[in-house]
Structure formats: structure tokens, C-alpha cells
Design a binder for this molecule. Structure first.
Ligand code: HEC
Length: 111
């Protein structure tokens, strides 16, 4: 009897842990980091330096270069929203709040 109770408790505990793990990626999907890695890193690179094959071929350039530092947050949002040369537009697939968070994320990468 004791053994059975212990086994049931173990099953419940394991189930709770698995459910906890499964919840994590769902929440992470909403962060700027997850969006950046899913949609932007192919060209801009995880470090924002644009040194990926696609980034080099399209001339993405590093977010750390002075020209980007001089751009206002509005300039950066507008590039994400409307696109810029070979950079695709994301105004239809991202919400204004997500774009704002991405601008902050890019500024942080450029530090
Ligand atoms: C298909 C490749 C590609 C993808 C994917 C891409 N970009 Fe770009 N991005 C570029 C290129 C190329 C430029 C440079 C445009 C120019 O000035 O000629 C650029 C420019 C920018 C700029 C303007 C600053 C600068 O460096 O010129 C921002 C901000 C930016 N991208 C953010 C993003 C964000 C955020 C995402 C993801 C939502 C993203 N990009 C996805 C290719 C890409």
C-alpha cells in the first residue's frame, strides 16, 4: 500500500515537471529574443553583426556600426516595419509592440 502511494506521488511529480518544461517555450515565443532568433538571425546573425552567409550576400552590416547608432528608434522601427532595400518588411507579421521590443533588443546587441 505504501509502495503504491509512493509510485502515484512520483507519477504526479514527474507529470508536473514535464508540464512545466513544456510551458517554457510557449512563453519564450513572445520575447524579442525568440522573435529575433526566428526571423532576423538568418541575415543579421545571433550577435547582430550580419556575418551570416545571407547577411554578407545582402550587405546587412553590423548593428554596431556608427550609422546604426545615429539612427533614431523611429528609423529602426520603420526599417523593420517597411523593409529597407533587401531587408523584408515585417509590418504585417509583427505587432507594433513586438517591433518596439526588437528595436530595444537590437540596441542591446550593438553594445
Ligand atoms: C533576408 C535578410 C534579412 C532578414 C531576414 C532581416 N533583415 Fe534586417 N536588414 C537586412 C539588410 C540587407 C539590411 C540593410 C538594408 C540597407 O541599408 O541596405 C537590413 C537592415 C535592417 C535595419 C536597419 C539598420 C541597418 O543595419 O541598416 C534594421 C533595424 C533591421 N534590419 C532589423 C531587422 C529585424 C528586427 C529583423 C527580423 C524581424 C530583420 N531585420 C530581418 C536583411 C534582413
Amino acid at each position: 500500500m505504501q509502495d503504491k502511494m509512493r509510485r502515484i506521488r512520483k507519477i504526479i511529480l514527474t507529470g508536473t515537471l514535464i508540464a512545466g518544461f513544456m510551458n517554457t517555450p510557449v512563453r519564450a515565443d513572445n520575447t524579442a529574443e525568440a522573435t529575433y532568433k526566428a526571423k532576423c538571425a538568418t541575415c543579421h546573425g545571433a550577435d547582430g553583426k550580419g556575418e551570416t552567409a545571407a547577411g554578407k550576400s545582402m550587405n546587412a552590416g553590423s548593428f554596431a556600426r556608427p550609422a546604426v547608432a545615429k539612427m533614431s528608434d523611429e528609423d529602426l522601427s520603420s526599417a523593420i516595419e517597411k523593409g529597407k532595400n533587401k531587408m523584408p518588411a515585417y509590418g504585417k507579421s509583427l505587432k507594433p509592440d513586438q517591433i518596439k521590443d526588437l528595436v530595444a533588443y537590437i540596441r542591446n546587441l550593438a553594445k
